[in-house]
Ligand binder design. Structure first.
Ligand code: RRO
Length: 316
């Protein structure tokens, strides 16, 4: 069974943050599904409505979203972890809270809230999302290597080692130099790399590769609409949004493989176009030990986890 920071997952399939995990009902669906864990919607300090609708468009194996960090606020997702502690041990699964403050200080405050003893015991891991593509005026932190270093320094310097272990969710990188650069930054926080500085807490526990490919655009065609025949599939930000689905799988695989080569001791969670057990096998081969399902989950609902397990048993 896969483990990260001594947390054992009953199987390798999780939801991707943002997918089927914003409301209490969706999170309960995940708990009762055959997923190997539950990842919350990326949260901010206060609840957010997010961007205007329509902000999600789904095709068979393609998605585009500009949700804009719509979420119920950190206290809701923290309290959900406490509620999960009532689930019997036999069916309880790891709970990961995704965090996406819109500036460094907000990230530190959210993580501090999750470390409070009343909440920390219900939370297994924290996934710090450095790659939200959809908040206007807020570039993806992961594309700014020094900003990434700064936020990680702040988060780990404020850690007394008693809170949940923390990892990062990264954007896709597209250049060899960027793979090297992000690995160098992360190695400073694992405590194991050449530059490891031995933070008092756990140090960086994992990385999830990749978030959606930011700022794509999809048109829908309306032959009856004359001059307006081409409309963007989603409304916010000129129709630009994060692209998911099978088209991004080659980038998810390369990002996992590149980071695994640079930091072989860092557990990796693969994400990007995983819709079958054989996709997951490819990610495992590249170096991922857990998998997150995004577009396929939104398309099929939580039954996708049962299907993935069936595909695995057919293979055996
Ligand atoms: O909420 C979003 O628009 C969003 C987030 Br935070 C993210 O990390 N990735 C994405 O595709 N959408």
């Amino acid at each position: 069974m896969p483990t990260i920071a001594n947390i054992t997952f009953p199987n390798r399939y999780l939801n991707a943050a943002g997918c089927w995990c914003t409301t209490a009902n969706e999170l309960i669906d995940l708990q009762t599904s055959e997923s190997g864990g539950i990842v919350s919607k990326s949260c901010t300090e206060k609840p957010r409505d997010g961007n205007v609708q329509p902000r999600l468009h789904l095709e068979d194996t393609l998605s585009i979203n500009s949700t804009g960090l719509a979420n119920l606020g950190v206290n809701f997702y923290a309290a959900f972890g406490s509620a999960l502690m009532a689930v019997p041990k036999t069916t309880k699964k790891p709970y990961i809270v995704s965090v996406a403050g819109v500036e460094h200080g907000e990230n530190v405050r959210i993580v501090q809230t999750l470390r409070e003893p009343e909440y920390a015991c219900g939370i297994d891991l924290i996934e710090l999302n450095l790659s939200c593509p959809n908040v206007a005026g807020k570039p993806q932190v992961g594309y700014d290597f020094e900003a990434t270093r700064d936020v990680l320094r702040l988060v780990f310097e404020s850690d007394d080692g008693n809170g949940p272990p923390l990892g990062v969710k990264l954007p896709p990188y597209f250049d060899q130099s960027h793979f090297k650069h992000i690995a160098e930054v992360l190695s400073d926080f694992t405590g194991k790399g050449a530059g490891g500085v031995g933070y008092r807490g756990h140090g960086l526990s994992f990385a999830t590769c990749i978030n959606s490919l930011g700022n794509g655009m999809v048109y829908t065609h309306h032959t009856d609409k004359g001059d307006n025949a081409y409309q963007t599939a989603i409304a916010p930000n000129r129709g630009f949004g994060g692209v998911g689905g099978s088209v991004i799988k080659p980038f998810g695989l390369s990002n996992v493989a590149a980071l695994h080569a640079e930091l072989p001791y860092l557990p990796l969670i693969g994400c990007g176009g995983i819709a079958s057990a054989s996709d997951a096998d490819e990610y495992a081969h590249a170096g991922a030990s857990l998998m997150q399902i995004g577009t396929a989950l939104m398309k099929e609902g939580v039954g996708v986890f049962e299907r993935l397990h069936k595909e695995e048993s057919v293979k055996l």
